[in-house]
Design a binder for this molecule. Structure first.
Ligand SMILES: [Zn+2]
Length: 649
């Protein structure tokens, strides 16, 4: 959630907030005896930071296992930092040098980042350095250097492992898009040559064995196999450090540096941070040591980070499953490094706060809860963030809404001088106020969303469609679905089809086929296509004839999405009736032999995808219209706020 000076927001309160939102860290990992994952990609890295030149010198040993039945004659690697190499990378072209509220001027060399492989060799075997080729399978942009292909003279057989020794050098960018430096603060993410995922036939959408190793795009995050990381980081001796995994050792050197080693198991990434300014404190929660790695000027937020991390840990343990690691680091970035805040890495999240932030602005809580949630979706389910970003961000956003609203409402996002706004409400408003909600479906590659729609599709529409599903099938069924999906698929890289299979297995059983024998009709509409939902109450008429009164009303379906709902009818005699409506007809007339006083479609506002709740009801004596103007104003305000918040990853 980086600082973003959007001209749309001029409210001084918001301006003040903007100057703040930032982040936290914690280092963590696990020391299970029994592997939780298949540990395909295992790294040992020795890296030296030149803090003045903002440069890393790395020696990496990768042991990679071929768990497929294929003979593999090529390896593919991500070189993410090359996204910041110059203005010609796919990332820079797509982002225009602006992302997550940060701007980057590629004409200044200090801003740039890059990574070079100086040598790559098979242990006791072939030297691969000269055979390395840059490839651009997504967009054919030959100037993009974020993926390499490495042909092997001798193919790797099924069950065979390969050990590679790689020397690399990397220049960190001035913090941009999650990674880099700000003065002497370093957030080192996506920093080493990282092998792609080899997907054998049958895994996710693969029809034949193939590498899944996309270029780094402006709107994509990451995808990698699980493994172990043993990383030794050499930094100036006065620097403090936190990293993914568990601290192992620290040894000083005579040249003014020291080497700190961390070990992480069953993770698919490794990030670290170092700075001479950190103030670090710890808190134990059950089996988890939580570490707050704070900027001194943000110490007033330490307790807020701890409390919200514990709130999230408790909620996820109860509702999805145990957090398997024994460490969690909450990293708090400085204001000038805000672009590294609001980001998730295994056992290590970056948070965000501001000096003197009032309690009613719950951004430190929101960012911590959000980034922690990624430990489950990005961290353990580890879905493909290039191709199905919503499976991580949207599912996580749905839980962010639940946790914030159940722990901090009313005003779970903001509670300030009488104004309150809740989290789930914010997600919904961001979707329903988008200019053209039919412009794209949720299900598509993250780099292919039409401009300005990535964050709505990936985060807020997905959260809204999951909450709508929950409202339809009930909380306990929804929880059973989510828990089954999580337990079945953790550490296995599911795709959305795997999730829908779980829904189809559980929901018909638990709801007595009330929604049919499967829920494909729901996902076809909300995920694979982009119809819109808008139910409306058109009219109520009470007709007096021969001293008898009859009442009638007409409901309308204004959009092209069809979801089953209910209509609540209040009669003049005080009685009430709830009528099911399948929404299939575009317009439907209901008649009664008594007078009606009011009618409401979807009376509990369960169908949060409905673009307009204001037209859902009418009363014979209309009394609720005042509300509308007020709501529209708030929507506008929130839309602005959402744009500003789009920096959270
Ligand atoms: Zn996120």
């Amino acid at each position: 959630m980086p600082v973003n000076y959007s001209p749309l927001i001029n409210d001084c309160m918001i301006h003040f907030l903007r100057i703040s939102l930032l982040f936290c860290l914690v280092a963590t990992a696990t020391a299970q005896n029994k592997p939780l994952s298949n540990r395909i990609a295992n790294y040992t890295i020795d890296v030296v930071l030149d803090a003045d030149k903002k440069t890393l010198f790395g020696k990496e040993t990768l042991i990679w296992k071929n768990t497929s039945n294929d003979r593999i004659s090529e390896l593919q690697f991500h070189l993410y930092l090359n996204a910041f190499k110059d203005k010609n990378s796919t990332f820079m072209k797509e982002s225009g040098g602006q992302l997550r509220g940060d701007m980057m001027d590629p004409s200044k060399s200090m801003n740039l980042g890059s990574i070079t492989i100086e040598s790559m060799q098979i242990r006791n075997g072939e030297t691969l350095t000269k055979k390395i080729k840059f490839i651009q399978t997504d967009d054919l942009n030959e100037k993009d250097k974020t993926v390499i292909s490495v042909p092997l003279s001798k193919p790797l057989s099924p069950n065979e492992s390969i050990t590679l020794d790689i020397n690399f050098k990397a220049k960190l960018p001035q913090i941009f898009a999650r990674t880099g430096f700000a003065d002497n603060y370093f957030l080192v993410g996506q920093w080493f040559p990282k092998i792609g995922v080899y997907e054998p036939a049958g895994m996710r959408y693969a029809t034949k064995g193939q590498w899944n190793c996309h270029q780094f795009h402006a709107n994509t995050e990451f995808y990698a196999d699980f493994g172990t990381y043993k990383v030794s980081m050499t930094v100036p001796k006065e620097y403090q450090l936190a990293a993914t995994g568990i601290f192992q050792s620290e040894s000083p050197h005579t040249n003014g540096t020291k080497t700190i080693t961390y070990l992480a198991e069953d993770v698919h990434d490794f990030a670290w941070t170092t700075s001479p300014r950190f103030v670090i404190s710890e808190r134990q929660w059950k089996h988890v040591k939580i570490k707050a790695v704070m900027q001194p000027e943000h110490s007033g937020s330490t307790e807020r980070y701890f409390q919200s991390a514990i709130t999230a840990l408790t909620y996820f343990e109860k509702n999805l499953g145990k957090y398997p690691h024994t460490v969690l680091s909450l990293i708090d970035p400085p204001v000038n490094g805000a672009g590294s805040g609001g980001m998730e890495y295994p056992t290590f999240i970056t948070c965000g706060t501001a000096w003197g932030l009032p309690k009613g602005f719950r951004f430190p809580e929101l960012v911590t809860v959000h980034e922690f949630g990624h430990q489950y979706f990005q961290g353990m389910l580890a879905t493909n963030e290039f191709e199905e970003s919503f499976l991580d961000e949207g599912f996580n956003q749905y839980y962010e809404g639940r946790i914030m609203d159940e722990n901090y409402a009313p005003g779970s996002q903001i509670d300030f001088i009488g104004f309150t706004i809740n989290d789930m409400e914010t997600s919904r408003i961001s979707y329903i106020t988008m200019k053209n909600p039919k412009i794209t479906e949720v299900f598509r590659n993250a780099w292919e969303y039409p401009k300005g729609t990535y964050s709505i599709m990936t985060y807020t529409k997905t959260a809204t469609l999951l909450k709508t599903l929950e409202n339809m099938i009930g909380r306990s069924t929804m929880d059973e679905v989510m828990q089954t999906y999580f337990i079945r698929w953790r550490f296995k890289h599911p795709c959305v089809r795997d999730f829908i299979d779980v829904v189809n297995e559980i929901v018909p059983k638990r709801t007595g086929n009330r929604f049919g024998t499967d829920m494909n009709w729901y996902f076809d509409q909300v995920l694979y296509k982009a119809p819109v939902l808008d139910y409306a109450l058109k009219s109520i008429n009470n007709i007096e004839k021969d001293s008898k009164v009859s009442g009638q009303f007409t409901v309308e379906r204004l959009g092209d999405m069809i979801l089953p709902t209910e209509i609540s009818v209040q009669f003049a005699d005080g009685k009430q009736e709830l009528i099911p409506w399948n929404g299939e007809e575009k317009s439907k007339l209901y008649k009664f032999d008594k007078a009606i006083s009011s009618v409401k479609v979807d009376p509990q506002n369960k169908l949060l995808l409905d673009l307009n709740f204001n037209n859902n009801s009418k009363a014979v004596d209309p009394s609720m219209l005042v509300f509308r103007k007020y709501t529209m104003k708030i929507m506008f305000w929130i839309q602005n706020m959402m744009q500003w918040m789009a920096g959270i990853a």
